[in-house]
Design a protein around this ligand. Structure first.
Ligand code: EPZ
Length: 414
């Protein structure tokens, strides 16, 4: 059944180990195509987006084995240069296969990845970077073909620190001739994990903290290696905000709190009390969260856009009025009408959500419109009085490997 049933109004109490990061494992899986050898990844989350990426790897000739949390990729036969449309259109982040397949095979044909409900999500910055590296790009019947005689390192300035464009440029630069400099690139932890993995496979990548640039010197080939996928900071933030909404106290293990600074600051402002000891965050929620007068989502290390909807679900119960501005995507308030069905009082004013906190939310039948909005509905349902049914749970399964398991471990009834 494509729905989730949550019985809310019960303060959380329990502990969970946070899964591996979706947004780290996806680019690293793409990067495995560059390796003339075998890559073993551990702590991989079993989620729909990873299944989709595994199919894309297989379609270009990789041999992939996936047992429990370990994925083994033998990319010695990865000479394919076109990706099946059904998977590309299913997951837009398949666009990061471009940099990897170009790097390995100097050619790729791919369906133009569509936008999604949160925004148009163009890839102009990705393509501009490829063009600077000597790649010629043509498009016919919505199929984008990129090819090059040889990939040359180049000085690339990104007009916006796009995560995907930064990842694609890194992937294209690793085996290119000469040096690629990325100015104004994204600094998210997932980019750092990708660079760490590539260096372990023999790439030459240096971050110049002062200049804020990434320098990639092309090498001849990459060799086999193993890599442990870091924890998912967005899943961790989701569970922390779930506790802030439902109340109680929880412990998250397997996390690095230094990647959650902006989130913990907001949790403190709302009255949460937390401490970090031996790799775990212990959070104690206030009786009722305090409102946040104004918060704007930012690129890392600012407050992440991927935790914006989840924050609205907490602020819907806060004492007072809050304003949240979404600065990264143009249409990322799709969850608001669903939250209002549960008794929230949220209005959209331009790029801001204005939230009048209410004492209670009420269980209802609601529908997820996309991944993080669906997670926000789970948070609201945990706090709401009565039962909530959330439809379209497949959106949530794209990023949360075992929602029932984790929420039950945290004391929720799901
Ligand atoms: C990554 O998407 C994440 N996905 C997103 O997480 C996350 O919200 C986003 O980064 C921002 O942090 C993965 O890592 C798989 P961007 P990405 O390129 O790379 C515009 C989730 O919930 N832009 O940084 O697509 C774009 O339209 C997902 O896990 C251009 O205009 O994000 C957007 O407004 C959702 N031209 C902004 O930049 C371009 O060429 C940020 O996009 C590229 C991007």
């Amino acid at each position: 059944m494509d729905s989730i049933h949550i019985y809310g109004g019960i303060p959380l109490s329990g502990e969970v180990r946070v899964q591996g990061s979706k947004n780290a494992v996806l680019p690293i899986l793409a990067a495995a195509v560059l390796v003339d050898g075998v890559v073993t990844l551990t702590n991989c989350p079993r989620i729909a987006d990873v299944e989709c990426m595994v199919r894309l790897l297989t379609s270009v000739g990789c041999h992939v084995q996936w047992e429990n949390g370990q994925i083994r990729i033998d990319a010695r036969g990865a000479f394919g240069d076109s990706l099946p449309a059904e998977y590309v259109t299913q997951m837009r982040c398949s666009v990061i296969m471009m940099g990897a397949v170009l790097g390995r095979n100097k050619k790729i044909s791919i369906n133009y990845p569509g936008g999604c409900v949160i925004g148009k999500r163009p890839i102009d910055m990705h393509l501009q970077a490829f063009a600077r590296m000597g790649v010629s790009l043509t498009e016919k019947n919505n199929i984008l073909t990129a090819c090059t005689e040889n990939l040359c390192g180049s000085d690339v300035s990104l007009p916006f620190p796009s995560v995907g464009a930064t990842e694609n440029t890194i992937l294209a630069g690793v085996l290119a001739k000469g040096e690629t400099i990325i100015r104004g690139g994204a600094m998210e932890p997932e980019i750092q994990a990708l660079c760490q993995f590539l260096v372990r496979a023999g790439a030459d990548i240096r971050r110049d903290e002062k200049e804020g640039t990434l320098r990639i010197r092309g090498v001849e080939r990459l060799h086999s290696c193993t890599y442990d996928i870091p924890f998912d900071r967005i899943v961790a933030g989701t569970y922390l905000l779930g506790c802030m909404a439902a109340g109680g106290s929880i412990r998250l293990t397997g996390v690095d709190v230094s990647q959650l600074t902006a989130v913990m600051t907001v949790i403190e402002k709302m009255g949460g009390r937390w401490e970090y000891r031996n790799g775990g965050i212990v959070l104690k929620a206030p009786g009722r969260p305090r409102a946040i007068s104004y918060l704007k989502t930012e690129v890392y290390p600012g407050y992440p856009t991927d935790l914006q909807s989840q924050l609205l679900a907490v602020l819907a119960l806060a004492e007072g009025k809050s304003v949240v501005e979404e600065s990264i995507f143009e249409n990322r308030f799709r969850v608001v009408p669903q939250l209002n069905k549960m008794g929230a009082s949220i209005n959209i004013e331009g790029s801001c959500a204005v939230v009048q906190g209410r004492k209670d939310l009420w269980g209802a039948c609601v529908t997820a419109q996309e991944l993080r909005g669906g997670a926000a509905l789970c948070i609201a349902a945990l706090a709401a009085k009565g039962e909530t049914y959330i439809g379209n749970r497949h959106f949530i399964d794209r990023g949360y490997e075992a929602l029932e398991r984790d929420i039950r471990s945290l004391g929720g009834r799901i």
